[in-house]
Design a protein around this ligand. Structure first.
Ligand SMILES: [Zn+2]
Length: 863
């Protein structure tokens, strides 16, 4: 088989290089070779114990398969961070594959209700094929997800006598991705191959399986910060599937697979059609398992699905039924599961409404996971066959109803991002996020009055009478959770699974206003839809000194670029002052950044600083906050270095760095001791240790700046024995709970850390510390929670009274240096643009640490 495949490949290469009529005729007449099984190409079955195929292996198999059938075509979709090419397959009957363009066009019309009335939509739905997207997951460590894609591809193209498959090929075009995370797939498989046969065979790879973000690659759905997210979304919007199904692992134990429906709470901005079909698909799956005597399917438990940032879910706002499943056992190594060791409440094997057929334990092999995933995928396709025209028509209805909701003012009529904001490039970047999601964004060419309120030219306007308006509402409004959760007295029944508040204007520090009164008929005349939203940037005025506003994030990018070309940097409370750079170079940099520099002939009184030498602590063990931070620093041209445990232990840190950043980590023990010897091979275990701790303290004592995010701040309090208490340390969830919400803080004294910030910024609080300065505290309170009321702006915060008057960010004196304690993540997932400056302001090398302006000696002296 290998030999004949090679011959065929040569023939195809020839045909593309020099296609003559004769050769083409010969190829067309040649009998199509039998489809190769995975074993014939890979040397192993999919799901074989102890075997995993890499991304390269998988794509090779997909190509070999495609070369032997007219039911499958391969398509590319851009690159990954490590330079791999995304590829996916389109699978259907040859006649249907020829209708790809027409089918895509029909899907886009239905998804947007474009030019359709009910009768026309019904006719279109009746005639169209249905596009179903299935992928091998994006969490590379969930290994059966990406392996099972090969099994599904083979089943679909090589089962001529299987009537279920033939029905699918007649009615459905399947878009099948080997994986959404090619880099991670290969890295994780390489790790498994290397550790196979050792005590770490089933250990987790101790670094991020997608560059920068690891598991958070499924938390980038509305922001699209990562090139992977951008490429996947570009492809998805190019074919607009009616169903989107992503494979995940692992099910809540001992269940064998988690299937929809999701738990409450849910978003009210999603079309009810999407939700009811998600439930129907899950129930059909459960039935498919039962028919095949495959017990252990569970639904609802654990996973609510409100957060719109899941990469496999944001599509639901484009009226794509979007969901996932979670199969048990994410390893190629088999395992015996002793029912006596099941969780106590599952040992009785009692059926439940959403777990009707309990699994009774025993041996589990990788092939079992693959089989469950294949049955689940086939069940989804079967549902698509049975309800094809209803699904398509409902999709149109979802779009139609969304548009009429916006037109009738049942939500707002529009959202406006007013022109002339303090950070205008960020206002544009907020609008751009919507454009990337397929939302129509307008710019006002002239002043415009909407709902009785005037807005200046340059304002961005998003009308809500458009098909994907639900996403706009979801991202722009404040998340308000059901009263049942927010009651706050006693332990809530269901605490949210992920973060709870993501309101983008709050995260961006940008004003956006809903238009709640009906705009005049001609109000939209001054608006033009734009293909891209960004500020031009550039230089105004004349002179050889350039001033950039410290309120503008892009100014920091421009300053770093200018510094690389030899510019000198100085700071006033309001401006970054650049000199020693030519006007043309400055103009190019400003234009590239979107910032506007003001040229002046007279340099203002300013403090000379330098770009800091920045070190970012990078522990082993997949620290996603480290990855996000590294990504952000790269975006803004900081040229930061990673500091490994060994570097920390070596000491001499003052000679290398001005600023060291500790990303969010689990606390002092995690910093000192890292991964345990039983969790990872030598070389990846341990933390900074006592030597590293001494070196870090010396660095600060000698005048260095240490910046700590979230629970790294808690670690620093312990490590440096700082006179600060974390008042929510070890708090139970019925005493205090905030798993990710947007909270208002007040800035206390003006400080170099908070220059350019508004007086009451919004921070992303995610299970972080809350500070109380104690006796002997010397430093500044940078930000604190209001002394009255509730700081919650969006999401879930239980027991807000715990925060009242407490500190959210502190600058603490330590020797000649400073420790900055941020009880939140100012750079959270590359989303909280509004608090980036609290990091960027610290990334200058100042000639002296500022004198502390506040001294607290009594424990209750500051509240
Ligand atoms: Zn997953």
């Amino acid at each position: 088989m290998e030999k004949s495949m090679a011959g065929l490949k040569r023939g195809l290469a020839l045909s593309t290089m020099a296609m003559t009529g004769a050769i083409a005729a010969v190829l067309a007449a040649a009998p199509v070779a039998a489809q190769p099984t995975p074993k014939e190409v890979l040397g192993h079955d999919v799901g074989e114990d102890y075997y995993l195929a890499s991304y390269e292996d998988s794509v090779n198999y997909f190509h070999k398969l495609a070369a032997t059938t007219d039911k499958m075509k391969m398509v590319t979709a851009g690159k990954t961070t490590q330079g791999r090419t995304y590829e996916y397959a389109i699978i259907s009957s040859p006649e249907n594959l020829a209708k790809w363009d027409a089918t895509v066009a029909a899907h886009k019309r239905l998804a947007t209700a474009d030019g359709l009335d009910d009768a026309a939509a019904k006719a279109l739905a009746k005639d169209s094929l249905i596009i179903v997207h299935i992928d091998g997951g994006l969490h590379a460590a969930e290994v059966s997800a990406h392996q099972s894609a090969m099994a599904l591809a083979y089943k679909l193209v090589a089962s001529p006598n299987d009537e279920e498959v033939q029905k699918i090929l007649r009615n459905v075009i399947v878009v099948l991705w080997p994986t959404l995370n090619p880099d991670g797939m290969t890295m994780v498989v390489d790790w498994y191959r290397k550790q196979r046969g050792t005590q770490w065979e089933t250990s987790a790879m101790p670094w991020l399986y997608q560059d920068y973000v690891g598991h958070d690659n499924n938390r980038d759905g509305y922001m699209l910060n990562m090139i992977e997210s951008q490429n996947v979304f570009k492809a998805e919007q190019s074919y607009s599937p009616t169903i989107w199904y992503t494979h995940h692992q692992v099910a809540p134990f001992p269940a064998r697979i988690w299937v929809p429906p999701f738990s409450d709470p849910m978003s009210s901005n999603i079309s009810p059609y999407m939700r009811s079909w998600t439930t129907a698909i899950g129930v059909n799956m459960m039935n498919a398992f039962e028919e095949r005597q495959m017990p252990g399917a569970i639904a609802q438990a654990r996973f609510d699905n409100w957060y719109p940032g899941f990469l496999d879910y944001t599509h639901v706002f484009r009226h794509t039924i979007s969901f996932f499943t979670e199969v048990a056992h994410s390893s190629a190594t088999p395992k015996y599961y002793d029912p006596k060791k099941f969780p106590r409440n599952m040992q009785d094997m009692k059926a439940q409404v959403m777990y009707p057929s309990p699994w009774k334990g025993g041996w589990w092999h990788f092939a079992d996971s693959i089989r469950y995933e294949t049955v689940a995928s086939m069940s989804v396709l079967d549902t698509a066959v049975r309800y094809r025209d209803v699904l398509l028509y409902n999709r149109y209805q979802a779009a139609r109803d969304t548009i009429s909701k916006g037109a009738s003012g049942e939500g707002p009529y529009a959202w406006v991002i007013p022109g002339g904001q303090a950070d205008a490039p960020e206002a544009a970047s907020l609008a751009q996020k919507l454009i990337q999601q397929g939302v129509i964004v307008n710019r006002a060419n002239a002043p415009v009055t909407l709902g009785g309120k005037p807005y200046p030219a340059g304002s961005w306007v998003i009308r809500m009478d458009q098909p994907y308006a639900g996403l706009v509402q979801e991202l722009f409004e404040r998340q308000k959770y059901p009263d049942a959760i927010m009651g706050g007295d006693g332990k809530p029944v269901d605490l949210p699974y992920d973060v709870t508040g993501w309101t983008l204007p709050l995260q961006f520090g940008v004003i956006a206003e809903p238009v709640t009164a009906k705009p005049a008929a001609d109000a939209y005349a001054a608006l033009t839809p734009v293909a891209e939203a960004r500020e031009q940037g550039g230089v105004t005025g004349s002179g050889s000194t350039f001033l950039l506003s410290r309120k503008v994030n892009a100014s920091f990018f421009a300053a770093n670029e200018a510094a690389k070309r030899g510019a000198k940097i100085a700071l006033t409370p309001d401006s970054i002052v650049l000199s020693g750079i030519g006007a043309d170079a400055m103009a190019a940099i400003a234009a590239g950044s979107g910032a506007t520099a003001t040229a002046t002939a007279t340099a203002p009184q300013a403090t000379a600083v330098k770009a800091a030498r920045v070190g970012l602590y990078r522990p082993w063990g997949s620290n996603m906050d480290e990855g996000w931070t590294r990504w952000l620093l790269e975006q803004y041209q900081y040229g930061a270095s990673s500091i490994r445990n060994e570097d920390m232990k070596k000491g001499g840190l003052s000679a290398k760095y001005d600023v060291i950043i500790l990303p969010d980590l689990r606390g002092r023990d995690s910093l000192l001791n890292g991964l345990k010897p039983e969790d990872a091979p030598a070389g990846y275990t341990g933390g900074i240790g006592e030597e590293g701790a001494i070196a870090l303290k010396k660095f600060v004592a000698e005048g260095g700046t240490l910046v700590t995010f979230n629970n790294a701040a808690d670690a620093a309090i312990d490590l440096f024995a700082l006179p600060v208490t974390n008042i929510v340390k070890n708090a139970r969830s019925d005493e205090f709970f905030c798993s990710g919400a947007l909270l208002q803080v007040k800035l206390a004294t003006p400080s170099r850390a908070t220059a350019g910030m508004p007086a009451d910024p919004v921070v992303m609080f995610e299970k972080g510390p809350v500070f109380q300065p104690a006796r002997g505290f010397k430093g500044n309170v940078l930000a604190s929670y209001p002394t009255e009321g509730n700081p919650l702006l969006s999401g879930v915060l239980l027991h807000p009274e715990k925060l009242r008057g407490r500190a959210a960010a502190l600058e603490v004196e330590y020797g000649k240096g400073r420790v900055f304690l941020y009880g939140f993540r100012p750079q959270w997932r590359g989303q909280t643009h509004g608090t980036y400056k609290m990091l960027f302001n610290l990334l200058f090398a100042y000639p002296d640490q500022e004198a502390s302006t506040l001294k607290v000696t009594e424990e209750a002296g500051y509240r």
